[in-house]
Design a protein around this ligand. Structure first.
Ligand code: SF4
Length: 274
């Protein structure tokens, strides 16, 4: 059954897979950038941002040590700017030490978690491993007829993964999850593996995001954008230019200082050098 399902899935992917620009390369840098950008951001917004980013920073060496304000401005439409700063740290490590090629080694790069490490290892270095994200979790749970938690999910993915087509298999599941096996109202009538799926009603809701308006997360993004655009400024001016609550701005500034993203210079706040 698993072999037939895999074959049907891969046939569907070859005919219907999304034509994403980073899928035509095995260079780990554009692949890593695409995976970091795709976390918490829709693919339709990632594609133009990725294209602009790769034109400006075609290699890790181009990003390592580059101007932070420019990076923050370039990242502005994607949100979660912390990802950009981690990517710059990772680029510096790669530039100095070269690429780790194992899942474990990749996971030691700043900002790279288990999913991203597995995706880069599989897509760039042909490591036969499954990149387990919420799509894969939801789909495999539906195939098995029950919600699969961490260890059961890892076992299921390992037993399903075709070693000779691991990258295609993971990318097929990403596309199936985005376009057919959606979290709500899956389009089972258009699904290539409907004959081998036990329960389409199994639904693993994605983790709820905390409220954005008025949050420290919103303040962090607004502060970084203001400093990247206007240069160093004082905390009271940040309060007035962002229009945010004083205590929220203060909490965000303190967190960014602790993380060495911001520094104080002559009584003003500034982006730390990259
Ligand atoms: S049959 Fe329905 S629930 Fe099962 S994998 Fe396909 S779309 Fe998802």
């Amino acid at each position: 059954m698993a072999a037939e399902r895999t074959s049907a899935l891969l046939d569907w992917y070859r005919a219907n897979g999304r034509d994403l620009p980073w899928r035509s390369t095995s260079d780990p840098w554009p692949i890593l950038v695409s995976e970091v950008m795709s976390q918490q951001t829709q693919i339709s917004r990632v594609v133009p941002a990725w294209t602009a980013f790769m034109a400006r920073y075609p290699t890790p060496g181009d990003l390592a040590g580059s101007d932070r304000a420019e990076l923050i401005r370039l990242w502005a439409g994607l949100g979660y700017q912390r990802r950009a700063l981690n990517l710059q740290h990772a680029a510096a490590v790669i530039d100095q030490q070269g690429w780790p090629t194992s899942v474990e080694g990749l996971q030691k790069l700043p900002g790279v978690g288990p999913y991203t490490a597995a995706a880069v290892a599989c897509f760039a270095f042909s490591v036969p491993t499954a990149a387990i994200d919420t799509n894969l979790k939801r789909i495999l749970s539906r195939w098995h007829g029950e919600p699969l938690e961490a260890s059961a999910l890892a076992r299921a993915a390992e037993s399903e993964l075709p070693p000779e087509a691991a990258a295609d298999w993971s990318q097929a599941l990403m596309d199936l999850g985005a376009e057919v096996c959606r979290p709500k109202a899956p389009r089972c009538g258009a699904c290539p593996v409907t004959d081998w799926c036990i329960d389409p009603t199994v639904y693993e809701p994605p983790p709820r995001q905390s409220r954005y308006e008025g949050s420290v997360r919103q303040a962090r993004a607004a502060i970084l954008k203001a400093l990247a655009t206007n240069g160093p400024t004082s905390e009271p001016r940040l309060v007035s230019s962002t229009g945010l609550d004083r205590s929220t701005v203060s909490a965000a500034v303190n967190a960014l200082e602790r993380e060495s993203v911001l520094v104080r210079q002559d009584g003003k706040l500034a982006l730390a050098p990259g």
